[in-house]
Ligand binder design. Structure first.
Ligand code: DC
Length: 223
């Protein structure tokens, strides 16, 4: 049986960088499920659809084939064969992802893909509903969070480093809006699984955060 580690938490908690590093240390693949929602959002945006309009978003699902590739444990995401791993990282795609992720048919559409990867691989999977819905039987569940200001500052620095001309206030506003949407949607809202371990990284630097996550994983897997 494969080993599955579920890491959930709000936007900007550092899930992806922390999870990627922890996965490398463990020799597992790292699966970033947010990339799947971003890809669905990107497709709708490119088609000129409103990502809040469930009917038009659902209509596009039949035209979308999403596949994941793994190179040295690093995930690449393909939309109908095109590598969109970078294109899905814009603020528009972030908001689009949050919008489409509240549509039940979109979640259903991505469910099997996530399940199948976890069944076939030792993996560390991050998202919002991995411990609660996608992998309820994961051997390890972690809920990773940090204060909104800490998370917004991390996102802001990331975007500026990539050359983006954003304002901190806008990043914080976006993040608070996304948090609200992600925790209040009817289907699979972001919430800590009963059996997940809470890790708050507000006062940790990157290495400290990785150590905290690794300690939880080791403790659970050694049991
Ligand atoms: O982790 P991220 O910022 O790339 O996620 C983008 C959006 O996708 C986020 O607003 C919530 C949604 N999402 C989700 O609903 N369920 C997941 N498992 C992963 C992401």
């Amino acid at each position: 049986m494969s080993v599955n580690v579920a890491i959930d938490g709000p936007a900007g908690a550092g899930k992806s960088t922390i999870a990627r590093t922890a996965a490398k240390k463990l020799g597992y693949i790292y699966v970033d499920t947010g990339a799947l929602y971003r890809t669905v959002g990107l497709y709708s945006i490119r088609k000129g659809f409103d990502t809040k309009n469930a009917e038009s978003v659902v209509e596009t699902l039949g035209d979308i084939k999403i596949t994941l590739g793994f190179k040295d444990g690093e995930q690449r995401v393909y939309l109908n064969g095109e590598d969109v791993s970078e294109a899905i990282r814009t603020p528009e795609a972030s908001m689009g992802a949050s919008n489409v992720s509240s549509i039940p048919k979109v979640r259903e559409f991505l469910f099997d893909l996530q399940k199948d990867i976890a069944k076939e691989n030792d993996c560390l999977m991050d998202g919002r509903d991995i411990g609660t819905v996608v992998l309820p039987d994961a051997q390890v569940k972690i809920f990773l969070t940090a204060s909104p200001e800490t998370r917004a500052m991390r996102r802001y620095k990331e975007l500026v480093e990539k050359g983006s001309d954003v304002k901190f206030e806008d990043v914080l506003d976006d993040l608070i809006k996304r948090d609200y949407q992600d925790t209040h949607r009817e289907i699979a809202p972001l919430k800590q699984a009963d059996d997940a371990v809470l890790v708050d990284t507000s006062n940790y630097d990157f290495d400290g955060s990785v150590d905290a996550v690794m300690a939880v994983i080791k403790e659970k897997l050694d049991k």
